[in-house]
Design a binder for this molecule. Structure first.
Ligand code: GLY
Length: 376
């Protein structure tokens, strides 16, 4: 079945799911206008305004821009602008900002500039790109993760989702320096974070004076050497985005390899992803966010392929999204969150709604609905 035939087959489910998202989010956009939500407490969005450099603070504004682009409902635009105004304060807390400025600003300021031409948003996004570029270690050839003590040589797979900010900055200012850094990071991640079998190291420790791996760490997964599913999903979506931005085929090949592993593992649990693909059988711990992120990546992979190859990735994305919609989505107005069963890490924050679960689930449904607005 071709890409279009498969979409056609699921058209009514896609449309119905989108309508439920719009119905709920249009109410939440007003209710949570002055907040920067992360999760919910008793069904009500919490607010991370007082922790303004928190890495997820761009997802609410980004979600509002995605919905604005799809519907042109001005309520979404108003909330997105309020969110960016709050987020700007993060630039005053420079020590708290790190490699995640892409997640924070590219989804809010970047989307705002691209959709409305707002010059202040352009400035914010360029500032974020400069901050990210300044973290590049030119001797070790990597972008440093976090700011924690004694971690000068650490990199994480999540960074693959931050480098689209650098591809954008290169194009925007007409200067390849940002792109050189993004490509160096993508090459490093392909070489040092992706294992032979297609699984992912979450954290890699590098020599800071030359390109050399010193060791790896388990990070948010079950343990060192295991396979944290969200890290896997950052790789699925991150590598295909690098392919889209550079047209370098090796990133498409890596994206397919890591997606194949994700598909094989997720099939084993009826398309509902576990937190770690190498976790013990019990307790059975899930992470919905990994499924939503990977589905976005798989749809983009499918768009870059043809025939049966494309169908494989699109079909897997639809299976994951449908399983999650049936089992884990709450479209009621009594709960500000939609996608339940997210997990921060194997050891804590398990089975809670997390804002980027709602962001990526919505992004995936919009892709299926035919949106070509690639926010990354
Ligand atoms: N970027 C951190 C995480 O995925 O939890």
């Amino acid at each position: 079945m071709s890409f279009t035939d498969l979409i056609e087959k699921h058209k009514s489910w896609i449309e119905r799911t989108f309508e439920k998202l719009d119905e709920k989010l249009s109410h939440c956009a007003v209710r949570s206008r002055e907040k920067i939500p992360y999760t919910v407490k008793d069904g009500v969005h919490d607010d991370r305004k007082n922790n303004i450099t928190w890495w997820t603070n761009g997802f609410w504004g980004g979600l509002m821009w995605l919905m604005y682009e799809a519907t042109r409902n001005p309520e979404y635009e108003v909330t997105a602008r309020v969110s960016e105004g709050l987020l700007e304060k993060a630039f005053e807390e420079i020590d708290g900002l790190h490699h995640d400025v892409g997640f924070m600003f590219h989804l809010t300021s970047g989307a705002s500039y691209r959709l409305t031409g707002d010059k202040r948003s352009r400035r914010n996004n360029l500032l974020a790109a400069m901050l990210l570029a300044s973290r590049y270690n030119s001797k070790g050839e990597f972008i440093r993760a976090w700011n924690i003590e004694n971690s000068e040589g650490w990199t994480i797979i999540d960074s693959m989702m931050n480098i689209p900010l650098l591809y954008w900055a290169s194009r925007e200012v007409g200067d390849d320096r940002f792109k050189y850094i993004a490509v160096a990071q993508a090459d490093m991640c392909a070489r040092d974070h992706v294992r032979e079998d297609g699984t992912i190291h979450h954290i890699v420790m590098h020599d800071t004076t030359k390109p050399k791996v010193l060791g790896t760490r388990g990070g948010q997964g079950y343990k060192e050497g295991s396979c944290w599913s969200r890290g896997q999903s950052w790789a699925v979506y991150g590598f295909i985005l690098s392919y889209i931005h550079t047209q370098d085929k090796k990133y498409l090949e890596v994206a397919r390899r890591v997606a194949d592993l994700f598909i094989e593992e997720t099939k084993k649990t009826e398309w509902l992803p576990r937190i770690d693909f190498k976790q013990p059988e019990t307790p059975l711990k899930y992470d919905s966010t990994a499924g939503a992120i990977a589905a976005c990546g798989m749809i983009e992979i499918a768009k870059c392929l043809e025939g049966a190859e494309a169908e494989k990735y699109l079909a897997a994305a639809i299976c994951i999204l449908q399983a999650m919609e049936k089992n884990w989505c709450d479209f009621s107005d009594e709960n500000d969150s939609i996608l339940q069963m997210g997990s921060e890490q194997y050891k804590g924050g398990v089975h809670i709604p997390i804002i980027y679960g709602d962001f990526f689930f919505t992004e995936a449904i919009l892709k299926l609905k035919g949106s070509n607005f690639l926010i990354w």
